[in-house]
Ligand binder design. Structure first.
Ligand code: ADP
Ligand code: MG
Length: 253
């Protein structure tokens, strides 16, 4: 889709857990080519939105449209095939595998297959290609020099960047990052911002879930603010920062 056209549209999306209305009638449009921020206090429903979009959860009600087509609900595979990739707020890496192997597994698109089969089953030529592709993705997140380090031995920041490289292996049009700056020290946050800008320059649209307003201000063209599973404000970072409801929601924490 051309820049500015609706890429992902959420229509009156709801996800309830018993009495908890985690997402409670959310409508928003992510435009192609944008870095769209989704912010809000803890428990406002951000991760649930990501889980519903990525097919991990089925929506209680509402629709999700990708490039104008209804996304099948509750199918991780279908959503990933449609060009949407995500990272997790809590890291989902293979601790004992190297950074390179972690990306190679993601390149094969197999979360569930037994690992040895995946790694051994690659024909040699194919394996070399996969290695080259994986190295290229590691380079994009500044981890090329640590390709052969086991995930568990990487710094926390590097683990977060590796998670981004794994998501990029899906060759997404839309990359959803769920609090990628969580727990990062300042220098790592600066590097993360550069990584996100670089990914965006390659034509990937981004939905950035973030808690820190400064990261959002630096990166996003549009921001949607959630509270209690509903939109309380939307606009440019400067607009939402000054919005009385946003000030109140953040001060109330
Ligand atoms: P955020 O990511 O903005 O911090 P979440 O989407 O994680 O918020 O959570 C929103 C609300 O939904 C919270 O009250 C949370 O406890 C609840 N919630 C999220 N996931 C589940 C679940 N799997 N089961 C029950 N309640 C959940
Ligand atoms: Mg969350």
């Amino acid at each position: 889709a051309s820049d500015g056209a609706p890429l992902l549209v959420l229509e009156d999306l709801r996800r309830h857990f018993g009495g908890v209305k985690a997402v409670d009638g959310l409508s928003m449009t992510i435009k192609s080519g944008s870095i769209h921020g989704l912010i809000g206090p803890n428990g406002s429903g951000k991760s649930t939105v990501v889980n519903v979009i990525s097919g991990l959860y089925t929506p209680t009600a509402g629709r999700i449209l990708l490039r104008g087509m209804v996304l099948p609900s509750g199918s991780l595979f279908q959503v990933s095939k449609s060009g949407v990739a995500r990272t997790f707020q809590n890291l989902q890496l293979f601790a004992e595998l190297t950074a390179l192997e972690n990306v190679m597994v993601a390149l094969r698109g197999v979360y569930r297959s037994p690992l040895p089969l995946v790694l051994l089953g690659l024909a040699r030529r194919e394996e070399r290609q996969a290695q080259a592709d994986a190295l290229c993705l590691l380079d994009r997140v500044g981890l090329k020099d640590q390709a052969l380090t086991r995930a568990k031995d990487l710094t926390y920041g590097a683990q977060r960047f590796l998670e981004v490289a794994r998501a990029l292996a899906r060759k997404p049009d839309l990359l959803i990052l769920d609090e990628p700056a969580a727990g990062l020290a300042h220098p790592d946050v600066v590097q993360l911002i550069e990584i996100i800008k670089r990914i965006h320059r390659r034509g990937i649209s981004i939905l950035l879930i973030e808690h820190h307003m400064d990261v959002v201000s630096e990166l996003c063209d549009t921001v949607t603010v959630l509270d209690g599973g509903r939109v309380i404000a939307e606009g440019t970072p400067d607009e939402v920062k000054r919005h009385p409801k946003v000030v109140e929601a953040y001060l109330g924490q």
